[in-house]
Design a protein around this ligand. Structure first.
Ligand code: FO1
Length: 318
């Protein structure tokens, strides 16, 4: 079964890891959010691409989920000692990625070409595509004004109250080569348990992606479990936007097929079984299972459950 996964952040990377264990190379294409990308220390940083790739390559920092395992911090310590910025933690190994990406971009390579090259070096056999090779910058509109995403997420530790979001550049951003074709050829689209507001919305805002996935069978895994996000500000964002954080809120965020939305089904955690009827009545199919995936085997198990859920939905639509 050919699958396209939309992913961003640490939660998305873990789901992608499970799908990559469950699917052969030609059956999984991952479309990664680039709205979090920014420049720091004069380098182009692509956190979601790196988090997905480091996770798949088995070299991600196991405790944070982002950055490299067995990292050292010599360069950053010396930058800070010289009065430079150190709020965005770039380790020595990770800096190698950012220097090489920045160098290749300056030679005219596209982000897709660089990602493909890095995946080959890291031994990643599944297809990882940035959502666009054109720049898109997520801006958090808050009670403290408009804040670039990493300033909000890392430097300000998600403290500002969210009013809304802007994805600067998204109107001009074209889907990367292969993105629309992979969606068109997909049997199933999986929206990973990423932050709907700042990891998934930028992807489906890129020209052609929302309309491309609409006719497909689409399943989302809820990143909200028991009213909370496993990691990150997703639940806080729902609350600040006046929405009670729940799997039903996530399903409504993407919208059911009947309501001109994109979602056929949603995967919710066992602890949220109480939402099953409410979500079904909203027009979504529901799978209830373990969705906390903190081990490679749990990631594989969830991926297999998602794929079986998707296969059943496909059969009921064909
Ligand atoms: N997140 C943090 O909370 N603090 C950091 O210092 C930090 C550094 C960092 C470096 C490289 C990288 O790829 C990701 C990094 N992240 C850090 C995570 C990043 O902000 C988020 O993973 C995504 O942008 C959203 O999920």
């Amino acid at each position: 079964m050919r699958v396209v996964a939309l992913a961003g952040g640490v939660g998305g990377a873990k789901m992608v890891d499970g799908l990559a264990q469950a699917l052969p190379p030609n059956d999984l294409t991952v479309i990664v959010n680039t709205g979090d990308d920014f420049e720091f220390l004069g380098l182009k940083i692509c956190p979601d691409l790196d988090t997905v790739c480091y996770t798949l390559a088995g070299i991600a920092n196991p405790s944070t989920g982002w950055g490299r395992a067995d990292e050292t911090w010599n360069a950053l310590e010396n930058i800070v000692a010289l009065g430079g910025p150190g709020w965005f933690r770039l380790g020595d190994k990770d800096l190698g990625t950012h220097f090489e990406r920045t160098r290749l971009l300056k030679t005219g390579c596209s982000l897709s070409q660089i990602t493909d090259r890095f995946c080959k070096s890291w031994g990643i056999i599944h297809r990882i595509l940035p959502m666009s090779d054109d720049p898109v910058s997520t801006i958090v509109c808050s009670n403290q004004g408009e804040i670039p995403f990493q300033e909000y997420f890392v430097r300000l530790r998600c403290e500002p109250k969210v009013i809304g979001f802007k994805f600067n550049g998204v109107k001009l951003a074209r889907p990367s080569p292969g993105v629309l074709e992979s969606i068109k050829q997909a049997d199933l689209v999986v929206i990973c348990p990423s932050n709907p507001w700042v990891s998934v919305d930028p992807i489906i805002s890129v020209d052609g992606i929302f309309d491309g996935i609409k006719p497909q069978v689409v399943i989302a895994i809820s990143p909200i479990i028991g009213g909370r996000a496993v990691k990150g500000p997703a639940a806080k964002m729902f609350v600040e936007l006046g929405i009670k954080p729940s799997p039903a809120a996530v399903a409504n965020h993407y919208g059911s097929k009947q309501n001109d939305g994109i979602l056929n089904g949603i995967v919710i955690d066992n602890v949220d079984e109480i939402y099953k009827n409410q979500i079904s009545e909203l027009g979504f199919e529901v799978l209830i299972t373990e969705t906390v995936i903190n081990s490679p085997s749990a990631r594989l198990q969830l991926a297999q459950n998602v794929l079986l859920f998707g296969r059943n939905l496909l059969e009921s639509f064909t």
